[in-house]
Design a protein around this ligand. Structure first.
Ligand code: NAD
Length: 264
């Protein structure tokens, strides 16, 4: 089968008008930037987090751009909560075209002291949470028979070890990377593309203590050839590309957006 593109389709390959995107972790650094970026390219957005009030700022920024936005409370580790969230999106907007799994947590301890309950919490939020959200979106896309794009959030730590106690986090992100490839292989036949953005460290309230510590900053920057930590807005370009028809031939890809950290 040949898929030919005319000039109009080429010009509109990043256009997301008419699309409905769900972003989990919508109150976080990545999630907020993702919501603003997707809206800027025409999508309506649903942002989710456990606490509704934490989403108010993101929703009001999105609405300022004239897009439709909705906030939903959802715990990504709870299957019932994720199904209820997906149902609410479909009831309100009719569909899910784009799912961005931005919710995630980290924990750092030396491997020999890693508390296993904390390990499990990281696995639940990052791996089970990603799977449940992909599953909920995938079910809607398959049922409607329409193409969809799912974008998971991995990490440079899903590729490379680090001396600073990342056994739980790194393992969870390695799992997210492989989950992305697995879903891509299973759902390509439904025209559902599943790709992953793998960031290096970026500025959020949680990483500020690390990035504001001169010694730690030096250690982290020694591993990032571009020589700076990312900003949440640095991921918008990759996100729009993966969400839109511009990346129609791409699925199962782990896209490093990391200032070259994974390159050497
Ligand atoms: N900040 C970094 O340097 C960095 C680097 C690489 C990858 N990442 C990944 O990027 C993603 C976003 O990170 P961030 O830095 O924006 O983090 P953040 O802490 O600012 O945001 C995380 C979001 O996830 C939500 N969340 C956590 N557990 C949840 C649960 N059980 N149910 C629902 N929501 C839940 C939080 O409420 C928050 O909205 C995460 O997957 C993180 O692992 C972050």
């Amino acid at each position: 089968m040949r898929v030919k593109m005319g000039l109009d389709e080429i010009k509109s390959m990043f256009d997301l008008n008419g699309k409905v995107a769900v972003i989990t972790g919508g109150s976080g650094g990545f999630g907020r930037a993702a919501a603003i970026g997707l809206t800027a390219y025409g999508s309506d957005v649903v942002v989710t987090s456990r606490t509704l009030s934490s989403l108010e700022e993101t929703v009001s920024e999105v609405e300022k751009q004239g897009a439709k936005a909705m906030a939903i409370s959802c715990d990504v580790t709870d299957a019932d909560s994720v199904s209820a969230m997906a149902k609410q999106v479909v009831d309100q907007f009719g569909k899910i075209d784009i799912m961005v799994t931005g919710a995630g947590i980290a924990a750092r301890h030396p491997a020999e002291e890693m508390p296993i309950d904390e390990w499990q919490k990281v696995m639940d939020a990052n791996v089970k949470g990603t799977m449940l959200c992909c599953q909920a979106a995938g079910k809607d896309m398959i049922k409607r028979g329409e193409p969809g794009s799912i974008i998971t959030v991995g990490s440079i730590r899903g590729f490379l070890g680090h001396p600073a106690g990342y056994t739980a986090y790194g393992t969870s992100k390695g799992a997210v990377h492989l989950l992305t490839k697995q879903l891509a292989c299973e759902w390509a036949k439904y025209q559902i593309r599943v790709n992953c953005i793998a960031p290096c460290i970026f500025w959020t309230p949680l990483t500020e203590p690390i990035l504001n510590d001169k010694e730690l900053y030096k250690i982290f920057m020694s591993r990032i050839p571009i020589g700076r930590a990312a900003e949440p807005e640095d991921f918008i370009g990759a996100l729009i590309y993966l969400a839109s028809p511009a990346s129609n031939m791409m699925t199962g890809h782990i896209m490093s957006v990391d200032g070259g950290a994974a390159a050497g």
